[in-house]
Write a protein that binds this ligand. Structure first.
Ligand code: HEC
Ligand code: HEC
Length: 453
């Protein structure tokens, strides 16, 4: 009894002390705790407030850039390749038949339903909008509703030029309105997008041919070899369009979500997210900026070296000042959670144990990042595949893919070039290569776990 009393007295004393500490003027809400959970909403100092408002500003600006910024690349897509003329068609002052919304959707372009005025939505629903007329495509561009494509119009409303954005390849829609039309899903790779077919429409491909050092017919053959959901981000630095087995050298469009905490960016670990953003904006989108990369030397990258991609400097730099916010936004995009019912929970639980146990997956795919913290590069031999794509990177290696959100990009297959059609094929590959001796049910359990990530 006495003992209990003592404890109560001590406890009461502690509570009193805590209250006293909390009461100390001005210290109330700034007190950090070891759990780190306490102070999320308590930014009271001027410095804290500055950080907080910076966060909001970077996020908002970064999203704007990711979705809408062309970095001045309309000088290339519109000004040089004249792609807008093929979209408009000859009836609207361009060339050829033009691109109808039906055609645009069939090559994987997506429409942001939230950018459409209510009246147009009603008309589409009532079947009163001509989806076979390129004029409708031009109207959709005027509404800034085509993901990753910006039309540039003159005062009379004529399509003058066009540019592309990050969202072109790394966003899709949820199809909530109709197939290809819905709310934006930033960061999701557009595995329907046929980049090659779209670029192929350009009336003037000569500059691309000159850049790579081939003729236009060859450029068209290469573009035609990519297919939906793929792009070759190294072609215009090394000129290697095809694998030795004759297959295309293009890679799958990867997600741009779930990148926070991930050290190495790209399938072959070219560099960090912000490194790669600068690479893409300057050398792939052909925006106007600055980029430094001494590894783009003439031995491994004859095409890039010839184009001076190793040292890009534009007087009118429209990229560098945007890199900070752009990176910030991407790091904020979470990998999407697997929908309820999309995988077998019991089997996934068993698969989880295998992943970090018998199947040895977690030696490279370390939970919760599912890639290695620190260096995540491996030789082709380590993962049991050829060295075609790794040899196209300065690292000569493959990066352990962060697996979160895997369920959302199963279309097009797995590994950098989609060589494995299903997750079961991926697991079977590891089973053989790492001699894991997994049973049929163990393989199934691993697959269910992968689908749950
Ligand atoms: C024409 C399509 C296309 C456009 C436009 C594009 N990307 Fe990519 N992106 C790719 C491809 C393909 C890869 C994979 C390249 C590789 O691994 O060799 C990639 C890789 C990435 C990665 C690395 C993902 C990972 O798993 O490590 C990030 C991040 C990224 N892009 C962000 C961006 C941003 C930001 C922009 C705009 C500045 C952009 N991309 C524009 C096609 C595109
Ligand atoms: C030695 C390191 C290593 C081990 C061990 C390993 N992986 Fe991988 N994993 C990689 C690398 C590297 C890639 C990228 C391969 C590519 O893109 O060509 C990859 C890619 C994948 C992909 C494809 C992701 C995508 O989006 O295309 C899946 C799925 C995967 N691994 C699952 C597993 C499973 C399951 C195991 C265990 C049976 C495992 N990995 C063991 C390194 C490893």
């Amino acid at each position: 009894m006495n003992h209990t009393k003592k404890i109560i007295t001590v406890l009461a004393g502690c509570v009193f002390l805590l209250l006293l500490v909390a009461w100390v003027p001005g210290k109330k809400s700034n007190r950090a705790t070891s759990t780190g959970a306490a102070d999320a909403s308590a930014a009271t100092s001027a410095n804290d407030q500055q950080i907080s408002s910076n966060m909001q500003a970077m996020f908002t600006r970064g999203r704007q850039i990711f979705r809408y910024d062309t970095f001045g690349d309309e000088a290339f897509w519109g000004g040089t390749l004249h792609l807008q003329q093929a979209i408009a068609g000859e009836h609207l002052g361009g060339v050829g038949p033009g691109v109808s919304p039906k055609t645009a959707l069939s090559v994987g372009l997506k429409v942001d339903a939230d950018a459409l005025p209510a009246s147009l939505v009603e008309q589409i629903k009532a079947g009163k909008v001509n989806m076979d007329d390129p004029a409708t495509t031009v109207a959709l561009l005027q509404l800034n509703s085509v993901l990753g494509v910006t039309g540039i119009f003159d005062k009379q409303g004529k399509l003058q030029s066009m540019g592309i954005q990050c969202a072109f390849c790394h966003s899709t829609v949820d199809d909530s309105f109709a197939p290809g039309i819905g709310h934006r899903l930033d960061g999701w790779p557009n595995r329907d997008l046929n980049v090659g077919a779209i670029v192929s429409l350009a009336p003037n491909l000569q500059p691309v041919a000159d850049l790579i050092g081939v003729d236009v017919a060859t450029v068209k053959k290469v573009l035609g070899s990519w297919g939906p959901g793929k792009y070759d981000a190294e072609l215009d630095v090394d000129g290697k369009a095809f694998q030795p087995n004759g297959k295309s050298g293009a890679t799958l469009l990867p997600p741009a979500f779930g990148m926070a905490g991930v050290n190495d960016g790209t399938y072959t670990g070219w560099g960090s997210v912000t490194y790669w953003n600068a690479y893409v904006a300057n050398t792939q989108m052909h925006g106007k900026g600055a980029f430094s990369e001494p590894r783009l030397n003439a031995d491994q990258f004859p095409v890039g070296a010839r184009a001076h991609f190793n040292q890009v400097r534009n007087a009118d730099d429209q990229i560098t000042s945007k890199l900070a916010a752009l990176q910030f936004y991407q790091l904020a995009i979470p990998a999407p959670k697997a929908p309820e019912g999309s995988y077998d929970k019991k089997q996934a639980e068993l698969g989880k144990a295998l992943f970090s146990g018998k199947a040895k997956c977690s030696t490279c795919h370390v939970p919760d990042l599912y890639t290695e913290p620190g260096s995540s590069l491996h030789t082709p031999e380590e993962i049991g595949i050829d060295d075609f794509q790794s040899s196209r990177s300065p690292t000569k290696k493959y990066r352990t893919t962060p697996l979160r959100g895997l369920w959302s990009h199963q279309k097009g297959g797995f590994y950098h070039d989609g060589r494995f059609q299903t997750l079961d094929e991926v697991v079977s590959h590891y089973d053989q290569h790492l001699q894991l001796k997994l049973s049929d049910s163990e393989r199934k359990e691993l697959v269910e776990f992968l689908k749950s990530l």
